[in-house]
Design a protein around this ligand. Structure first.
Ligand SMILES: [Zn+2]
Ligand SMILES: [Zn+2]
Length: 890
């Protein structure tokens, strides 16, 4: 919580700092877009990927909310009206599955409860989670407009779903048809191709021989990985050019066990080189066979129930599970000497994405979206660059999928979701599609004997409408006019087809243009070893726990700096701790700045913010840090424009810690002790100005600590969240180069001191020799302080020879002599150096021995050989340096 300037607590406590700001920003109305200003109104809009209301937020949510919040906060500071629409998704199959697991603890199924009571249970469950999602997004600092919070099952989005369905139905783009689908016997629903995961599994392949009808001694052998489907065979197919079977074409084979006669046909889809070259055709249970069946008029004979058991068509196996049937039919084939061979076989088996059950391909009547007409313009907008993907590589992935898209199965045999808005007439069989919640008569014959389709829509159907259903569509609302299309869609690459593609084609279809210009894909958060986080591995990082311990700012900083744009990221507790340390560094620096400027007059600019320092009192050091700030400001802006959030954050860290805190503040300490009042005023102005501007640049990434500290510094306006984004000030390239030389000289002296074991507090003498006398003279006091040189023993000269016993340091193109007489025990130092030289020479000997061993060179990988070469080079350099030092000691 803020106090008045000068009252900053001694220690940084993230919990304290982050406790009040969110409510204050929100209640000040800063999360809502400001009112339109006229024709120049250029709102920046992001629609949040609505988290599923099925559980706690995880680290992936923390990542997307951080990245989106950075964009929103940055654009808000740039002065654009910003709108970030929060929401929650009902999660269809996932939502139903979670609640089914929940009631299973009491031994109940959804059928025990019945549709109405089950749906009421789901709604209760979701309501409690909605609140938790909201609470967690607040903790993460997400500056979303809560007044526009949307839930996919709310009346508005639900009406949008019915309207979209009806419009597509009326255009003939939605149809009902019997097709091959993926069926999950556990969830008892159809799944889209994207909801099936294929995993290689070792199973068997069975070769089975079928008798040729009317020729008792003749057989044809086929191979199958699912023997239970033999019961649904309606044909045998061979390749048309396969001479082995030419004389069998047009004849019939007999289905084992059942004795049905089925035709032998020729089809191009058969690979003559695979197995025996003859395949069984089961149109009802295999997508390839379905195609063959259609081409040859073979019936699709369904032999399975929807609960993974065999139906009456399976004859003696009716009622058995598919797996029991498989074992029993194999045994029967063996008894009848029709089993030719069994071999181990690895093949890809489809599993339900939600529950992991093996998926059965089967024929079923479902609702479909005719994809070709919708895909064409959605391909075009990406090809033309109207919609851009970041990183770029996702463009090709998107286009490939869209160009090969199949019709989309949108009906699900679930209860939880948007019910299909179609009513079947019992009198005339007409189907009435409607955008109304309910109707009471058939639109064709007026009969009241109508019944709604029991199924619900794929959850991604409503997700695809999200960018405009959240703004009031199908009504022509002011929000829709002002905020559609948005600018950026930010989401995970794993849902590029499930969600992103569908938003694009629905946006074009219903709104006439795609819903965004840029899609930014973030990566997956992995642990520090690059492993996926999972409860079983025990490597899950919980955002709630992390923010409680280290603060939201630390978590946000760690997340955006844990990987490159669009790549998977590796997050570790070490990284989070280091980020917390950064916040702490900001805090401590603020305490210094406040302590040293609190009572001073700080000049203000036209906007009443601390003015950019100018004038003759500015020293080289001031100009250096101002120039570095200007560069950092430009770099940060450019990085954010390119979606390089990690680059932006890292650059600010480097500038703030390694330049402003480590060098400028240190140098400032000396100058503030001086007597030159004009110089002191310049230092104070620079401290405040640089810090205030840096906090503005940091705000999107670390909103809490930046706001809190900003409040304690001289500033313009009420809150940092709406302060203007910083623009780059003046550059001083000559001073930047000069200060860099001072830094190099300081580092060289510090290293020499450390290597000569000089006490850290001890001031030494130094002679700076070379062409930069004026620069060093100008920063004499600062340089002496930073390098711990006694000010009256610092000589700055154009030419000199090294005094006897002095160390010679070569820095760029000038030299520094350190006369260390009296500071080091010369005998002890000589002994130490001699020992070190011996050790380094031994190292050279060992490395040389390795490298002259031909066996080693021949067998060892290049990398290992290179390590030895580097080791040799390093040791040789040490010998040279140490000998030089020894000679210098005399
Ligand atoms: Zn399932
Ligand atoms: Zn009717």
């Amino acid at each position: 919580m803020t106090g008045t300037p000068g009252e900053l607590a001694k220690t940084y406590d993230p919990t304290q700092v982050e406790s009040g700001w969110y409510e204050r920003w929100d209640s000040a109305g800063h999360f809502a877009p400001r009112a339109a200003t006229g024709p120049d109104d250029d709102p920046f809009v992001i629609v949040m990927p609505p988290p599923n209301v099925t559980g706690e937020l995880h680290i992936g949510h923390a990542l997307f909310s951080t990245v989106e919040d950075i964009m929103i906060r940055w654009q808000r500071m740039r002065g654009r009206p910003t709108l970030w629409i929060p929401g929650a998704d009902h999660a269809g199959i996932a939502g139903q599955w979670v609640v089914e697991k929940e009631i299973a603890k009491d031994g109940l199924t959804r059928h025990d409860l019945g549709r109405d009571q089950f749906l009421a249970t789901v709604r209760d469950w979701m309501d409690s989670y909605r609140g938790r999602i909201r609470e967690q997004l607040r903790i993460l600092g997400a500056s979303t407009d809560w007044s526009r919070f949307a839930f996919t099952m709310d009346p508005g989005p639900a009406r949008a779903v019915r309207t979209a369905f009806k419009q597509l139905y009326d255009k003939g783009l939605i149809y009902r048809g019997e097709r091959m689908i993926n069926w999950c016997p556990r969830c008892r629903t159809a799944l889209s191709d994207l909801e099936v995961n294929y995993e290689d599994e070792v199973s068997s392949i069975w070769q089975v021989r079928y008798q040729i009808a009317d020729e008792p001694d003749r057989w044809i052998t086929v191979a199958t990985t699912r023997p239970e489907t033999i019961l649904g065979d309606t044909g045998i197919a061979v390749h048309p050019d396969d001479t082995r079977y030419a004389d069998l074409l047009g004849k019939e084979a007999i289905v084992p066990v059942l004795g049905r006669r089925i035709p032998i046909v020729a089809d191009d889809a058969v690979d003559p080189a695979f197995g025996t070259g003859a395949v069984k055709v089961t149109p009802a249970h295999d997508p390839v066979d379905f195609g063959i069946g259609q081409r040859h008029g073979l019936p699709a004979l369904n032999v399975m129930n929807l609960d993974d058991t065999m139906n009456a068509e399976a004859g003696p196996f009716a009622g058995q599970t598919t797996m029991a049937c498989r074992l029993n039919i194999v045994e029967r084939l063996h008894e009848h000497d029709q089993l030719v061979k069994v071999e181990p076989h690895t093949h890809a088996v489809g599993h339900c994405d939600r529950c992991g059950t093996i998926v059965q391909p089967l024929i079923s009547t479902q609702w479909w979206v005719n994809m070709q007409p919708l895909a064409a313009p959605a391909i075009e907008v990406v090809k033309s660059g109207q919609v851009r993907m970041v990183p770029e590589r996702f463009t090709g992935i998107y286009l490939h999928w869209m160009e090969n898209i199949l019709d989309w199965c949108i009906s699900r045999q679930l209860w939880w979701g948007h019910r299909i808005p179609v009513w079947y007439c019992k009198d005339c069989e007409h189907m009435t599609a409607t955008d109304q919640e309910t109707i009471d008569r058939c639109e064709a014959c007026g009969s009241t004997q109508i019944e709604q389709d029991p199924d619900v829509l794929d959850t991604w159907f409503s997700s695809g409408l999200w960018p405009f259903s959240t703004l009031g569509w199908p009504d022509k609302t002011p929000d829709l006019a002002r905020f559609y299309p948005g600018e950026v869609m930010e989401t995970g690459y794993d849902i590029i087809f499930l969600w992103v593609a569908r938003m694009i084609f629905f946006g074009i279809e219903f709104m006439g243009e795609p819903p965004f210009e840029t899609v930014y894909f973030h990566g997956t958060v992995r642990d520090e070893n690059g492993q996926r986080m999972s409860k079983t591995k025990g490597n899950v990082l919980d955002p709630t726990e992390i923010t409680a311990q280290f603060g939201t700012d630390a978590l946000r900083y760690a997340l955006v700096t844990a990987g490159a744009t669009g790549a998977d990221l590796k997050l570790s507790m070490g990284k989070i701790e280091a980020s917390r340390n950064f916040a702490n560094k900001l805090w401590q620096a603020a305490r210094f700045v406040i302590a040293n400027t609190g009572d001073a007059t700080i000049a203000r600019d036209a906007d009443d913010a601390p003015a950019e320092p100018t004038g003759p009192a500015l020293s080289m050091t001031d100009k250096w840090v101002l120039s570095r700030l200007a560069r950092t400001t430009a770099d940060t802006t450019r990085a954010l424009e390119r979606f390089e959030f990690g680059e932006a954050a890292r650059g600010l860290y480097e500038f703030f810690w390694s330049e402003f805190a480590d060098w400028y503040i240190e140098a400032a300490k000396v100058r503030l002790q001086g007597t030159d009042e004009a110089a002191k005023a310049a230092v104070r102005q620079t401290l405040v100005y640089v810090f205030e501007r840096t906090l503005r640049l940091l705000h999107p990434t670390m909103p809490f600590v930046s706001e809190e500290l900003w409040q304690h510094l001289p500033h313009a306006g009420e809150m940092l969240i709406v302060a203007p984004w910083s623009t780059a000030g003046a550059s001083y390239p000559a001073e930047e180069r000069a200060f860099t030389r001072l830094q190099e000289a300081t580092r060289a002296i510090r290293n020499a001191r450390a290597e000569s074991n000089i006490e850290p507090g001890k001031r030494i003498a130094a002679i700076v020799v070379g062409p930069y006398g004026a620069e060093f003279e100008a920063t004499r006091a600062e340089f002496a302080f930073l390098a711990r040189v006694a000010p009256d023993e610092l000589q700055i000269v154009v030419e000199a020879t090294a005094p006897e016993g002095a160390l010679t340091l070569a820095v760029e193109d000038f030299a520094i002599y350190l006369p260390l007489d009296g500071l080091v025990d010369r005998d002890a130092e000589r002994t130490r150096l001699t020992k070190e030289i011996e050790a380094a020479e031994a190292e050279v000997g060992r490395a040389n021995a390795m490298l002259s061993n031909e066996g080693f060179i021949a067998r060892a990988p290049d990398k290992v050989v290179q390590v030895q070469r580097d080791r040799l080079k390093g040791a040789q350099e040490r010998v040279r340096l140490l000998q030089e030092r020894l000679t210098a000691l005399g």
